[in-house]
Design a protein around this ligand. Structure first.
Ligand code: ATP
Length: 384
């Protein structure tokens, strides 16, 4: 019950910290690992500082009571036993921990060489203990000796309890360290700090200047190399390109989900790295509210003709007077755009008015459009 309450405290604390991390952190860290830290580790920490703590305290009290009783029966024998029992118990704990920590293979090899030494020490201590006990018990009655032995046994049990308390506590520290590491992790860039521009002054000119980028988890596969693209304020730029050419990545960079490796992205001339990321995102693409900049990733799934024209109409109304980057799949969207940027081979291969680009028979845009028209025709044929 107690442990549950503690994990109820830890989980929200750590989740808050997780929510502040940059997107690249989630690319690098597996979801399973995060869930494990939030569930298993919090339970371990909770257990070790509640149930385990009370077990540990009980063992301490037990040991203290046993030691007092031993001194009460025979102070000299108690001194002697206390000189021998703690080192013996200590050695046994260290030895047990040592055996547990080494891997199976090294355990087999190492146990052979060191076992003799450690068990030899334990044996010497136990011989000493028995010899000392024999000498010191000369003047004791049978009753005194048997209760003395009982208290020794009692201390032994308490020490075993303390040892398990210690190892559980260590487990708790390990789990706690992992949790604190997560809780204390600073995101690579703060998500709610930086410049906030007055909304009425925001015009919405976007510029990618000489941008090179590779995802942090795939540095060996660059997505953009020296890419430059200007979207004047209040105009619509359709972005087209083969699958995997980086259309969505362009949007992710503009939202500052990732930072560019080199180059610069600006909004109205301000480097987006200087702007407050929350503010930036709140001014981009919240379709339900009044944004200056709209990023649309058009759905590829086929809508029937009636719905398509409804969506199109709504989008056209939405795009009026705004700077829009639309990852375009529909021919109609592309035709209505002020300009089209064709992504290929990690940069903008062509950029210009749709009609102008269509006029270039060898151009990539023309080829892409021919392919799409052809596919649409084939689709219609199949449906007939
Ligand atoms: N988070 C990520 N981590 C690593 N690589 C990624 C990530 N997201 C996308 N990629 C890779 O980046 C490349 C570009 O992907 P992106 O989604 O930007 O292309 P796209 O042009 O939008 O493709 P599509 O038209 O298929 O949606 C792809 O090779 C993709 O596998």
């Amino acid at each position: 019950m107690q442990a549950k309450r503690l994990s109820e405290i830890y989980v929200p604390l750590s989740s808050q910290s997780i929510l502040k991390q940059e997107v690249a952190f989630f690319d690098r860290t597996r979801t399973g690992e995060l869930i494990n830290r939030l569930s298993a580790d919090t339970t371990v920490v909770g257990h070790s500082i509640t149930d385990n703590l009370s077990d540990g305290l009980r063992a301490v009290v037990q040991a203290a009571a046993g030691v007092s009783m031993m001194f009460y029966v025979s102070p000299s024998l108690a001194c002697f036993v206390l000189l021998i029992v703690p080192p013996m118990a200590g050695l046994a704990i260290v030895y047990g921990k040592y055996l547990r920590s080494i891997s199976k293979r090294t355990q087999d090899a190492l146990a052979q060489t060191t076992q003799t030494g450690l068990s030899g020490n334990l044996m010497i201590l136990s011989v000493l203990y028995k010899g000392g006990l024999l000498m010191a018990s000369q003047n004791m009655t049978v009753g005194e000796l048997s209760s003395f032995l009982m208290y020794t046994f009692w201390i032994g049990i308490s020490i075993a309890g303390l040892s398990s308390f210690y190892s559980e506590m260590m487990k708790g520290f390990g789990a706690g360290a992992r949790l604190w590491e997560l809780q204390d992790r600073k995101p690579e860039f703060p998500q709610n700090e930086g410049l906030v521009l007055p909304s009425d002054q925001l015009k919405g000119q976007l510029e990618f200047y000489d941008v090179s980028f590779a995802y942090p988890t795939r540095k060996e596969a660059p997505i953009f190399q020296n890419l430059s693209l200007l979207v004047p304020a209040g105009t619509i730029m359709a972005v087209v390109g083969p699958s995997g050419s980086g259309k969505s990545s362009l949007v992710s960079l503009l939202l500052r989900l990732y930072d560019v490796d080199t180059g610069i992205i600006t909004i109205d001339g301000h480097d987006i790295r200087d702007l407050n990321p929350y503010w930036l995102r709140s001014h981009i693409g919240t379709v339900s509210q009044n944004p200056k900049i709209l990023l649309l990733d058009e759905a590829t799934s086929a809508l029937d003709a009636e719905n398509e024209s409804l969506v199109q109409e709504a989008l056209e109304r939405l795009m009026e007077g705004r700077t829009v980057i639309v990852i375009a799949h529909r021919l109609s969207t592309i035709q209505n755009a002020n300009a089209v940027a064709v992504l290929d081979q990690r940069c903008i291969a062509e950029c210009g008015q749709p009609a102008e680009l269509l006029g270039n028979k060898q151009g990539l845009f023309r080829k892409l459009m021919e392919k799409q028209t052809f596919l649409q025709e084939a689709h219609k044929q199949a449906l007939r």
